[in-house]
Every structure is written in structure tokens, then in C-alpha cells.
Design a protein around this ligand. Structure first.
Ligand SMILES: Cc1cc2nc3c(=O)[nH]c(=O)nc-3n(C[C@H](O)[C@H](O)[C@H](O)COP(=O)(O)OP(=O)(O)OC[C@H]3O[C@@H](n4cnc5c(N)ncnc54)[C@H](O)[C@@H]3O)c2cc1C
Length: 474
């Protein structure tokens, strides 16, 4: 493995670490360790026997060609094939289903859509309920098809590490309840009965939120989609798209001629020339502990509830799986990184990022007394799409209005990307009532400057100020 890291990658990684500051520089690189540490999520470890479908070969035709086999792609295939049982749908995935962020995230299934900005009362309620319904639909889908998917839906906390922000949230919850949004504000003592987190002043609790193993969900839906006639090709990277009334989609070994396509590649979308100025593909780090029993979890203060996220710029989030792993992400400036020129492959593997994982582990131990002794069973990175205003966009573009897209969920996409498939199907069908005026439909992205200003700007903003382009999500 160490041989596969080129000199230029090492130089770049050295530069990143230099930009990350003294903490990173003090930790020696351990290229040898790369050999034993695969970049595989805890979620993927629960589908050990998964066999990707064979690659597309030759030329096929389709009414709809979906590019990308994550939540966006699979939810589009699911909704579209249900609405149009007689239309031909082909899904092309570069590697295996759930290879991207959908199989590498923190697993938190949350309400709201990031970056929607200030909204009227009516719109605030509509946005909340659109995600609420999506979580309901995810659960219904699992039950309807009897999928072997680990999930829980016993609520998540957003905790406040600052007294003033806690006061704001206390006021906000009164307003949200008035417009029909059932969040609760719990004082710190109450939060601690569920999760004994240090340094908090209270938390917003949403009992409808939860956690989902995305790899099991997405891969579990493959036979369901195939039984409806959807053709799913894996190991089929799209290399070129030629737009027209009929769109030509080329892969390494084949071609699809389609009436319409869906760009469902999120953080990878820029590689095919779309939305390059719209977002940063960001590499985010996550670890999962070895499974611990309920008694062991209680000993470190994790009594119940699916998970929490905090209110800090470099957001920390954690969930506990049904199997007993605690999954922890973020919590450190260096746990998020942007690579020069929009590169989407993290150089090396998580073992090359020991400084980031050490820093995250410290934050983990600061929140939960005693957690620092837990060892990591899995460490991984994932590519997410962060736009400047942290907004996502779902819509259609192109001269023939046949290029559908959904991207930019900014680390808050488990629910939103599952919702995107319904929105795209509705837009395709001119049945847009549910999405009328929603702030994420056909939303613009604020342009991000080209290189080298993009890379320099990102490093300056995040490394010097410790800030990310975090925006309130409601
Ligand atoms: C580390 C991390 C933690 C996160 N934690 C959370 C969380 O706890 N809660 C939450 O709500 N959100 C979270 N997110 C965000 C969420 O996971 C994403 O927003 C969501 O999964 C995006 O789904 P997607 O289908 O649009 O993209 P992806 O899941 O990235 O899927 C894109 C797919 O396209 C494929 N692809 C790329 N290029 C091509 C090509 N040329 N041809 C064919 N296929 C291609 C990729 O292989 C990939 O499978 C997190 C993201 C990351 C990275």
C-alpha cells in the first residue's frame, strides 16, 4: 500500500498537515500502518458478503439513467420505478452501492434541511415536515420489504455548549411548538439522564430522529429495485456525459442512451464537470468503537437515545448502534479537510490521519467521562459536498430540461438525500405541489473561487479561524 502513494500525494498530505498546525506535525506519519487499516466504515462491515453487480458492457437505452448508487440515486430509483413501472431505469455506480457518503457517514437520521436560511412560519413547518415524512417513509420501506437493516428511532439531541445559545434554543422551541413542530428543550440535568455529556447547557430533543445503517439499507434495496425491472450496474464509472434530447452517458466499458439523467453523485459531481464552483468536496473523518454492552455504555454516561450533535463550528456528532458501537465524527478542525483541485479520493487511508483521529478521540473523551479508554474498531473518511451557504439544491437543468440533480447536503444528507428521490420524481412528473417554493428546489449555490484561491481560502478560513461555513439549519 505504501508504494501506491505517490510523491506528489505525500507532498500534498504534508502540506495539509502543515496547514493543520502543530498538533498534526507532532504526530509522525505512519505509512506502514496503512496496510492494515482499510478505509471501510462500520456500516459496511455488516454486509461482509455483498457482491457488486457486474459492469455495464455495450450500449443500452433507458428512459432514466441515474448516476450514483447512494441515497440520492437509490431513492430516485425507488420512487421513480414505483411511479413509472413501465419505464426503463438504469443505475450506474462507479464502485459498489453505498460506496460514497451514504455508506460512510455518522448514521444520524435527522430532520431539517441545512442552509435554508430564514423562512416564514409556514415554510419552516413545511421544511420540517418534509424531512419528518421522509424518516417515516424510510422506516415504512424497511418494514414493507422486510429489509435486514439496523436502525433506531428513539430521538437525537442537539446540545449547546454555550449558555447564550442554550437560551436562544429555549426561546426557539416555544416558537417551534406554536407552529406545530414537536421539539423539546431539555435542561442540562435532564439531557444527562439520557446522555451524560460534559460541558453542556441543555439540548434540543427531537424524538422522531434516529440512526440508520445506510449500507444495509441501500444494498438491501437492490433486489427490490431489480424485481421492478431497474437495471443496476456496479463498477461502472461514468466518464462522459453528452447532453441532448437523448443524453449519452459513457462508462469505461459501455454507454447508455437516455431520455433523462439524474446526477446523484453529491461530492463527486464536479468530476463530471457539473457544479464545480458550487461546493467543496470535503473529507470528513469518523471512527467507531468496538461494540460495548449497555452496562459499559451506561458507565460512560450513554443511557439511551440514538445520538447527539453539538453547536460548535467543527461539529461533533455521535450515535450508538444497535450492535453497541459508538460512532463519533467531527469534533476537531483537522477532522475535516479539503484537497487541492476538488480531489475526491483521500490520500492514503485513515491510518495516515492519526493526528485527526487522536484529536477527535480527545473530544470524545471530553464529552463522555471514561470514553477515552474505548478502542477504535473502524476508522474511515467520507466525501461530502459543502456549499458556501451550506444549502443543497434539487432540480432540473440543461437545454432539454432532462438533467436532474440533487446535491450539497453539507453533512446533513441522510434524510435529505432520501427525500431527493421523491422530489426528483415529482419534478419529472410536473407534480410539484409538495415542493412549491421550497428553498432548496432549484436553489443557487454561491460561487466558490477557482484554484488556487479555493484551496488557500479554505485553509485560511478553517485553519486560522477554526471556523467552517456553518449556517443555522432553520
Ligand atoms: C463522514 C460523513 C459523515 C456524515 N454524517 C452524516 C450524518 O450523521 N447525518 C446526516 O444526515 N448526514 C451525514 N453525512 C452526509 C450524508 O451522508 C450525505 O449527504 C448523503 O449520504 C449523500 O448521499 P448521495 O447519494 O447524494 O451521495 P453519495 O452517498 O456520496 O453517493 C454518490 C455515489 O456516486 C458514485 N459516483 C461518483 N462518481 C461517479 C461516476 N462518475 N459514475 C458513477 N458513479 C459515481 C459514488 O461511488 C457514490 O456511491 C455525512 C457525510 C460524511 C462524508
Amino acid at each position: 500500500m505504501s508504494n501506491s502513494i505517490s510523491l506528489s500525494q505525500r507532498i500534498e498530505y504534508g502540506l495539509i498537515r502543515a496547514a493543520q498546525g502543530a498538533a498534526a506535525l507532532n504526530t509522525p506519519l505512519s505509512w506502514e500502518k496503512l496496510e492494515i487499516d482499510e478505509n471501510r466504515s462500520v456500516w459496511a462491515s455488516y454486509t461482509p458478503n455483498y457482491q457488486p453487480n457486474s459492469a455495464l458492457r455495450g450500449t443500452e437505452t433507458a428512459d432514466l439513467c441515474i448516476i450514483g448508487g447512494g441515497y440520492t440515486g437509490i431513492s430516485t430509483a425507488y420512487n421513480f420505478s414505483q411511479r413509472y413501472p413501465n419505464k426503463r431505469v438504469i443505475l450506474l455506480e462507479a464502485k459498489s452501492l453505498a460506496n460514497g457518503a451514504s455508506g460512510r457517514n455518522g448514521g444520524m437520521m435527522l430532520n431539517w434541511v441545512y442552509g435554508t436560511g430564514p423562512m416564514s412560519d409556514e415554510m419552516t413547518a413545511r421544511v420540517y415536515h418534509s424531512t419528518y415524512r421522509t424518516i417515516d417513509r424510510i422506516e415504512e420501506t424497511i418494514k414493507k420489504h422486510n429489509l435486514d437493516v439496523s436502525y433506531r428511532r428513539d430521538g437525537c439531541f442537539e446540545v449547546f455548549t454555550d449558555e447564550e445559545r442554550a437560551n436562544e434554543a429555549r426561546r426557539e422551541v416555544t416558537y417551534l411548538n406554536q407552529i406545530g413542530i414537536p421539539l423539546q428543550f431539555l435542561e442540562a440535568d435532564e439531557v444527562k439522564k439520557h446522555l451524560n455529556l460534559n460541558g453542556i447547557y441543555g439540548g434540543l430533543f427531537d424524538p422522531s430522529e434516529g440512526q440508520l445503517n445506510g449500507v444495509q439499507f441501500i444494498r438491501g434495496l437492490r433486489p427490490v429495485l431489480e424485481s421492478r425491472g431497474v437495471q443496476i450496474y456496479e463498477n461502472s464509472r461514468v466518464t462522459k456525459i453528452t447532453e441532448g434530447k437523448t443524453i449519452e452517458v459513457e462508462t469505461t466499458h459501455g454507454k447508455v442512451k437516455a431520455g433523462a439523467i439524474v446526477l446523484a453523485m453529491n461530492g463527486y459531481t464536479g468530476k463530471l464537470g457539473y457544479f464545480r464552483n458550487g461546493f467543496f468536496p470535503l473529507h470528513s473523518h469518523v471512527f467507531a468503537t468496538n461494540p460495548i454492552s449497555d452496562t459499559e455504555a451506561a458507565a460512560i454516561g450513554w443511557h439511551g437515545t440514538a445520538g447527539f450533535s453539538d453547536d460548535l463550528n467543527r461539529i461533533s456528532y455521535a450515535t450508538r448502534t444497535n450492535e453497541g458501537h459508538i460512532v463519533f465524527g467531527g469534533g476537531s478542525n483537522i477532522s475535516y479537510g479539503y484537497l487541492f483541485n476538488n480531489r475526491t479520493a483521500f490520500p492514503g487511508t485513515p491510518a495516515s490521519a492519526t493526528a485527526a483521529f487522536d484529536d477527535m478521540h480527545r473530544t470524545f473523551g471530553e464529552y463522555l467521562t471514561g470514553a477515552h479508554i474505548l478502542s477504535h474498531a473502524h476508522r474511515w473518511t467520507g466525501t461530502l459536498a459543502i456549499s458556501l451557504r451550506r444549502n443543497c439544491s434539487i432540480g432540473v437543468r440543461g437545454e432539454h430540461k432532462n438533467v436532474y440533480y440533487a446535491l450539497g447536503y453539507s453533512g446533513h444528507g441522510v434524510t435529505a438525500a432520501n427525500m431527493a428521490g421523491k422530489a426528483i420524481t415529482d419534478i419529472y412528473s410536473d407534480d410539484e405541489q409538495e415542493w412549491r417554493d421550497m428553498p432548496f428546489i432549484q436553489a443557487d449555490f454561491s460561487p466558490i473561487p477557482l484554484e488556487p484561491f479555493r484551496w488557500i481560502g479554505y485553509q485560511l478560513m478553517t485553519r486560522l479561524t477554526g471556523r467552517s461555513p456553518r449556517q443555522p439549519h432553520r
